[in-house]
Design a protein around this ligand. Structure first.
Ligand SMILES: C[S@@+](CC[C@H](N)C(=O)[O-])C[C@H]1O[C@@H](n2cnc3c(N)ncnc32)[C@H](O)[C@@H]1O
Length: 303
């Protein structure tokens, strides 16, 4: 993880990288605003909020909302009434507004850094985020802002944060897939992706390795929340076998021309992932320590 970049440079790189990524983002990450996406988002929120989810939230604020995966699915499910989405990348928020328009949803978008939120104290009853904390250069400042803009009693929830150990473990199936990729491509009849020549590549894609500035131990996340003044803090882990399976298949697929990957294979990869996700949730998540899982989830309350 690069430590030599200044905070300002990390924000600048994140903005550029995500502006460039915005157009193809939903296709690349399988972001869905139909039933599948809604089930995925609600499953995570249920783990974080339990029965409080059923009451819904009057005023929610999403940090690093990207193209709207969480908030737009929450709105479709009727659990976010007046929603505000922020992001450091104007390109991402433009894609979010396009998604909202397509879905017939009205959402406020504001370009803002997580560490300097342009809202009054105590404005929101829920602050949330998905896959964003690991991009933030100053977590103490960001958590202080989440606390400030929440009303007393309000909830903060984050999901999809990479765990340090889980990340290392996930490198094993990725490496395995790279070794097996030529044999797999022959089996499914797919051509390899062309190797980019020097100068072919958009420079901004090369920024990828600089945008992820943290992978977390569960205690670190807990500490940031506590020092900012949050209480009822809970950090849990999710996805283990589902993630190994997912990364293995994703690495195989990335080695082939996308048009050559058979539909049957894509169906097998998708349904296999969902089945293992259910297995992880039912058997492994209650038993194993959070640190071992690929994703961490944090929930807390402003007293
Ligand atoms: C991995 S994407 C996740 C997007 C969305 N939450 C999702 O789950 O699809 C991370 C998002 O965080 C945003 N981001 C990065 N650094 C940020 C910062 N300092 N303040 C606010 N947003 C930031 C990026 O622009 C990007 O949209």
């Amino acid at each position: 993880m690069p430590t030599q970049l200044t905070e300002e440079r990390i924000r600048e790189v994140n903005t550029r990288y995500h502006d460039v990524a915005a157009d193809g983002y939903d296709a690349k990450w399988g972001i869905d605003f139909g039933d599948v996406g809604q089930v995925q988002v609600l499953r995570k929120l249920r783990k974080l909020l339990g029965h409080e989810l059923d009451q819904g939230f009057e005023r929610s604020l999403e940090i690093g909302a990207g193209t709207g995966y969480f908030t737009l699915n929450m709105m479709r499910a009727g659990i976010a009434a007046e929603a505000t989405c922020t992001d450091i990348s104007p390109g991402m928020l433009k894609a979010l507004q396009a998604n909202a328009q397509r879905l017939g949803l009205k959402v406020r978008t504001v370009v803002a850094e997580a560490e300097a939120l342009p809202f009054e104290d105590g404005t929101f009853d829920l602050v949330l985020g998905h896959a964003v904390l690991h991009h933030l250069p100053s977590l103490p400042r960001a958590f202080a802002e989440f606390h400030r803009v929440l009303r007393p009693g309000g909830r903060v929830v984050f999901a999809g944060e990479p765990s340090r150990l889980g990340d290392r473990i996930a490198a094993v199936p990725k490496r395995g897939a790279l070794m097996l990729a030529p044999a797999w491509r022959r089996l499914v009849g797919a051509r390899p992706t062309p190797v980019p020549r020097a100068g072919d590549h958009d420079h901004d894609h090369e920024l990828e390795r600089f945008v992820d500035v943290h992978a977390f131990e569960p205690g670190q996340l807990e500490r940031h929340a506590r020092l900012a003044g949050f209480r009822d803090i809970r950090v849990r882990g999710e996805e283990l076998t589902a993630n190994w399976f997912g990364w293995f298949n994703r690495a195989l697929e990335a080695s082939a021309e996308p048009a050559d990957v058979p539909l049957l294979w894509r169906r097998y990869a998708f349904h296999g992932y969902l089945a293992l996700q259910r297995l992880d949730e039912a058997l492994l998540e209650p038993l194993l320590p959070p640190a071992i899982f690929y994703n961490l989830l944090l929930s807390a309350r402003r007293p």
